[in-house]
Each structure stands twice: as C-alpha cells, then as structure tokens.
Design a protein around this ligand. Structure first.
Ligand SMILES: C[S@@+](CC[C@H](N)C(=O)[O-])C[C@H]1O[C@@H](n2cnc3c(N)ncnc32)[C@H](O)[C@@H]1O
Length: 257
C-alpha cells in the first residue's frame, strides 16, 4: 500500500480550500484559508500515514517509555500526553546541552518526566510539578520499573508554588531544561519563573503554542489569549533565541542567552 495516493476527496478538498483562500484574501483576512474554519494544521498531521511513517523511521523509544505511552492511550484524557516525537526531540536537546537538572510543569501520567529522567545522569533530577496525584500514580510504577525513580522529585501542588520554592531555595540559574505543559492561563508566569531558574544556554520548551490552530482567533477564550500573548511576547524577547516547531500541537524552544 503506497504511503500517499490522491483520492477524489483530496481533489475536492483542495479545490474548496483554494476557493476559501481566495475569498479570504479578497476579504482582507491575515490568515485566509484557516479563517474559514477548515482543518487545523495539527489535525492534518497527527494520525496521518505520513506521521506514522515519521514515527516508524525516527522513534527510538525506551521499552518502559513505550509501555507508559500505550498505557496512557487507554486514559480518557490521553490527548493530554505529549507527542512522542516531540518528547524525543526534547530528550536529544537535553543530552546535547548535558542537562543535569530539569523541570516538568504538568506531569499527567509522567511520559515526558520519564523521558527526561532516562537521559539525565544518575545524579540528575527532574522536578515534576502537578496538582493531580491520580494522574501521576498511573505512571509512577513505570518510573520505578525503568530504574530512574530516584531522579524524580515529584511535587503535588500548584506549579507556581513549586517554582517559587525553588527560587526561594536559591536555585536560580541552576536548571538546564524546563518543559511548560500545564494550565495555559499561567504560561506567562511559568515562563518568567523558568527564565530565572534556567542557566544561560539552558532551554525552555513551551507546549501547545498553536493550540490546535486557535491562536489565529486569540479572543476565543482565556487559554487561547494567554498562549497568543506569550507567543507575541517571546517573539520580541531579547533574553532568548527561539524556534517555533510544528511538532505535536506546536512547541516553542527558547534558548536562554
Ligand atoms: C498536558 S498535561 C501534561 C502532559 C505531560 N507533560 C506529558 O508528558 O504527557 C497537563 C497537566 O498539568 C496539570 N496541571 C494543571 N494545572 C496545574 C497547575 N496549576 N500546577 C501544576 N500542574 C497543573 C494537569 O493536572 C495535567 O496533568
């Protein structure tokens, strides 16, 4: 079976999108085709044959990490789990900068917490922040099974509180990597606190920056507005170099200068 074949629906879809795009341009829209409510970028990618091809030809998942991903897929909120290709990119970046200390803001069942713990040295640590212990308890036995439980410092309380505690403990500038993936309304606060906690040359990865394409209509709700405002701010933030990657639901990588 070929990976790609042109179907009648694709031809019709392309024609419709073309008409919508032209109409959007004529109506003076900044993002013409999407402003007509057609499928979002991330929906076109994830779950497609081509996306599966990417996984089949690039994913090198630790067996226990894979076990946790498959286990999480049975959960009603499985869509909250980070995309596995994105997690692998973050693990590679952490290895590249020889990360020893990481922060995970939003653990869920702990897929990326385990992913990071697996690449940190034996005396490294991931400060894992979440408010929902039931989610975390699903993945916790697998942290142990993978032999990295001792590298995970789990803190069940609002992440802002944990970050403030780290700052109060004099840990500013000592972390190498942070992943922001919790409540979207607090993203700006997480970003500012992580910038203080991360050392120069460290990385902050910010998840869901495209929010399923909703950032094109920022007034939609508070979460969308918060993400869009942060995207606008980071674009002009001279404290970091950045890349916005179309992986998962969009991830911004901010490299602290
Ligand atoms: C998208 S999930 C995280 C996914 C995770 N990074 C992974 O590797 O699959 C978001 C998590 O943020 C948590 N959360 C929501 N509000 C929070 C808060 N104020 N502080 C800490 N965690 C929070 C939720 O309980 C949920 O588990």
């Amino acid at each position: 079976m070929p990976f790609f074949s042109i179907t009648k629906e694709m031809v019709i879809g392309t024609a419709v999108l073309g008409v919508a795009f032209t109409a959007g341009v004529l109506a003076g829209k900044k993002y013409p085709s999407l402003s007509f409510g057609f499928p979002k970028l991330s929906m076109l990618r994830k779950g497609t044959t081509l996306w599966q091809y990417i996984l089949d030809h690039s994913l090198r998942e630790h067996p226990v990490l894979k076990k946790l991903r498959l286990l999480t897929l049975n959960h009603p909120w499985s869509r909250m789990m980070v995309s596995c290709d994105q997690a692998q990119l973050m693990a590679n970046l952490a290895k590249l900068i020889k990360a020893k200390k990481a922060i995970e803001i939003g653990v869920f069942t702990g897929y990326n917490t385990l992913n990071m713990a697996l690449v940190l040295p034996d005396d490294g640590k991931v400060v894992a922040c979440d408010i929902n212990e039931d989610y975390v308890n699903i993945g916790k036995p697998l942290w142990k099974e993978a032999g990295v439980e001792h590298k995970i410092d789990l803190r069940i309380k609002p992440a802002v509180q944990t970050l403030d505690e780290l700052l109060a403990d004099g840990e500013a500038g000592t972390y190498d990597f942070a992943f922001i993936d919790a409540d979207k309304e607090s993203y700006n606060e997480y970003y500012e606190k992580c910038l203080r906690l991360i050392r120069k040359g460290g990385i902050i990865a910010i998840d869901n920056v495209l929010w399923g394409g909703n950032v094109l209509k920022p007034s939609k709700d508070n979460a969308t507005q918060s993400l869009h405002l942060l995207n606008e701010k980071i674009l002009r933030d001279v404290r970091v170099n950045i890349s916005m990657i179309t992986m998962g639901d969009g991830v911004t990588l901010a490299f602290k200068l």
